[in-house]
Ligand binder design. Structure first.
Ligand SMILES: Cc1cc2nc3c(=O)[nH]c(=O)nc-3n(C[C@H](O)[C@H](O)[C@H](O)COP(=O)(O)OP(=O)(O)OC[C@H]3O[C@@H](n4cnc5c(N)ncnc54)[C@H](O)[C@@H]3O)c2cc1C
Ligand SMILES: *[C@@H]1O[C@H](CO)[C@@H](O)[C@H](O)[C@H]1NC(C)=O
Length: 440
C-alpha cells in the first residue's frame, strides 16, 4: 500500500474526514501528525519556530518508540535514524563508582528486534529526519512561524487563534477551526490554560542537568581519553551521592556527549536552558574520579548548557471541557531524563489519539479524545514515576549492597514499558473503553 509513493506499513486507510490541527512540531506534534495521516485524518501543523534548527543534544527513544518509527514507510525512517544513533552492541554500559572510578558492572545492550529498535542520538539530528519525513515524504502542511495565542471550542468544533499580525495562507483569518486540536506545545504549554482553566506554572524538580555535545578532537589528542573515541561508540556512567554523570561517544566515536544531573533549586524562567560554566561543573566533581574532570575539560565552554529540570504534579486531565482540545506530550506530562521515556511517551500519545479518532469517526470526536486519555493516563503516570525511582536509586546507592549484587545498579529496563505496542493495544481496548465512558 502506498501513500504519496511510500508504503506506510498499515493497510491504506480510507479518509475519515476528521480535520486535526496539531500545535507544535516537536517529536510529540510530528508523531501525532504522522499517525493522524496514517489513520486517514486531514492534519496540519502550526509551529512557533520560524525555521527548523537542530537544537538540543542527547535524546533517547525506547524500543516502544522504535516499533512506532518502524511502521513509518516500512522501516524507511528507522533506516534514516540508524546512522545518527549510538551503537553499543559491542561496548554496553560501564557503570562506575563515583569516587574510585572502578567499574562495578558492564550492563550489556540487549539485542532489540529489527521492528522495535531503540535510538539514542542528537535531538536536533533525529528531529530533522522526522520533520523532513512529515513534510517532504507525507506532504503534511507545516506552518512555521505561527505562534498560537489562545484556543477556542464549542460542541461542534475547536480551533486556534494566532498571534496578532499573523495571516494564514493569503486570508486575513487569525482564527482557524477544526474538529479537534492536539496541543503538543511542550513543557511551557499555553494550551494548558485552555484545558485546565487556570495557569499551571512548572516548578523546579530540585535538579538541573549540565549537558554538552562536542566533537572528539581534544579527546583524541589526550592519550588518557582517546580510547573513548577511536574504537567505536562508548557509554560510561559515574553514579554518586545526589549526582550522576553520563558520558557517551556517538557516530563511531566522532561526537562526544555528557550530562551531569545535580541538585539545583533555581526557579524556572521561560527559557529551557542557560549557558553553563565549566568552573562550576569542575567544582561539583572535585571529589569524583579524576577521569570525570578530564572529560569535562575537553568541552568547549560555549557548548555547555545548564538545563533546569522542569517538573509538575500530574494534571487532573489532558482534555478540554468540550472534549475537542487535547494536551499531548510534554504539555500534558513532562518526564525526568532518568526515565529515558519522555519523547517515547509523546509518540505513544500520537499513535493512540490517531487510532481513537478513526475508530470513533467524525461524529464522535469528544468521546474519542476522552477514550485516548483513559487509555493513556495510567501508563503514562507509571512510566513517569520510573524517572524518580531510577534517579533516587542512583543517588542513594548503598555501595555495600552493590558489591554483593552489582546488578541492582543497572539502568532498569522494564518489559511492561519496552514490549508495549501502543497501536495494537489501542485497537484492542478501544470499544470497551468507550463503553465505560458512555456508562459513566
Ligand atoms: C529546543 C528544544 C531542545 C530540546 N532538547 C532536548 C534534549 O537535548 N534532550 C531531551 O531529552 N529533550 C530535549 N527537549 C525536549 C524533548 O524534545 C521533549 O521532551 C520530547 O521530545 C517531547 O516532545 P514534545 O513535542 O511534547 O515537546 P517539545 O519537543 O518541547 O516541542 C514543543 C514544540 O511546540 C512549539 N510551541 C511551543 N509553544 C507554541 C505556541 N504557542 N505556538 C506554536 N508552537 C509552539 C515549540 O516551539 C516546540 O517546537 C528539547 C525540546 C526543545 C523544544
Ligand atoms: C570508525 O572509526 C575508526 C577510527 O576511529 C576507523 O578506523 C573506522 O574505519 C571507522 N568505522 C566506520 C564504520 O566508519
Amino acid at each position: 500500500m502506498t501513500v504519496n509513493g511510500h508504503t506506510n506499513g498499515a493497510a491504506e486507510r480510507p479518509k475519515t474526514g476528521i480535520k486535526v490541527i496539531v500545535v507544535g512540531a516537536g517529536f510529540g506534534g510530528l508523531g501525532a501528525a504522522i499517525e493522524c495521516h496514517r489513520q486517514g485524518h486531514d492534519v496540519e501543523i502550526y509551529e512557533a519556530f520560524p525555521e527548523l534548527k537542530t537544537l538540543g543534544d542527547i535524546i533517547s527513544f525506547g524500543p516502544n518508540a522504535g516499533r512506532i518509527f518502524y511502521r513509518w514507510s516500512n522501516g524507511e525512517v528507522v533506516r534514516r535514524m540508524r546512522p545518527l544513533s549510538i551503537d553499543l552492541r559491542k561496548y554496553g554500559f560501564n557503570i562506575h563508582k563515583y569516587d574510585t572510578g572502578e567499574i562495578v558492572i558492564n550492563q550489556k545492550t540487549p539485542q532489540y528486534a529489527e521492528d522495535a529498535p531503540n535510538f539514542n542520538g542528537h535531538r536536533g539530528e533525529l528531529h530533522e529526519v522526522v520533520f523532513n519525513y512529515a513534510r517532504d515524504d507525507l506532504k503534511i502542511p507545516i506552518h512555521l512561524g505561527h505562534k498560537i495565542q489562545t484556543y477556542f471550542e464549542d460542541d461542534k468544533q475547536s480551533g486556534i487563534v494566532l498571534e496578532d499580525g499573523r495571516r494564514v495562507s493569503s486570508t486575513l483569518e487569525r482564527k482557524i477551526a477544526a474538529d479537534v486540536v492536539i496541543a503538543s506545545d511542550g513543557v511551557r504549554s499555553k494550551a494548558r490554560k485552555s484545558v485546565l482553566g487556570y495557569e499551571d506554572k512548572p516548578k523546579s524538580s530540585g535538579y538541573a542537568v549540565w549537558r554538552a555535545w562536542f566533537p572528539n578532537k581534544d579527546m583524541l589528542a589526550d592519550p588518557e581519553t582517546a580510547h573513548f573515541c577511536n574504537n567505536g561508540d562508548t557509554f560510561n556512567g559515574w553514579i554518586g551521592p545526589d549526582m550522576h554523570f553520563l558520558f557517551s561517544t556517538i557516530k563511531n566515536g566522532s561526537d562526544c556527549c555528557w550530562v551531569l544531573t545535580h541538585p539545583d533549586e533555581h526557579d524556572i524562567d521561560e527559557s529551557w536552558s542557560f549557558p553553563g560554566k565549566l568552573s562550576e561543573v569542575k567544582q561539583a566533581l572535585k571529589e569524583w574520579d579524576p577521569m570525570c574532570t578530564r572529560i569535562i575539560s575537553k568541552t568547549p565552554e560555549d557548548m555547555l548548557v545548564d538545563w533546569k529540570l522542569v517538573y509538575r504534579d500530574p494534571l487532573p486531565t489532558w482534555v478540554s471541557p468540550s472534549g475537542r482540545i487535547l494536551l499531548l506530550g510534554d504539555s500534558a506530562h513532562p518526564f525526568l531524563p532518568t526515565s529515558a521515556q519522555g519523547a517515547t511517551q509523546a509518540l505513544e500519545d500520537g499513535v493512540v489519539i490517531a487510532v481513537c479518532l478513526r475508530r470513533g469517526g467524525k461524529e464522535n470526536v469528544p468521546t474519542s479524545v476522552r477514550a485516548h486519555e483513559k487509555i493513556r493516563y495510567d501508563r503514562v503516570r507509571q512510566t513517569q514515576k520510573t524517572g524518580e525511582s531510577t534517579r533516587d536509586m542512583w543517588h542513594k546507592t548503598n555501595w555495600d549492597e552493590v558489591k554483593k549484587n552489582p546488578e541492582i545498579i543497572q539502568f532498569p529496563r522494564q518489559e511492561w514499558i519496552f514490549d508495549f505496542d501502543a497501536e495494537k493495544n489501542a485497537e484492542e481496548i478501544y470499544d470497551n473503553v468507550v463503553k465505560e465512558i458512555l456508562a459513566a
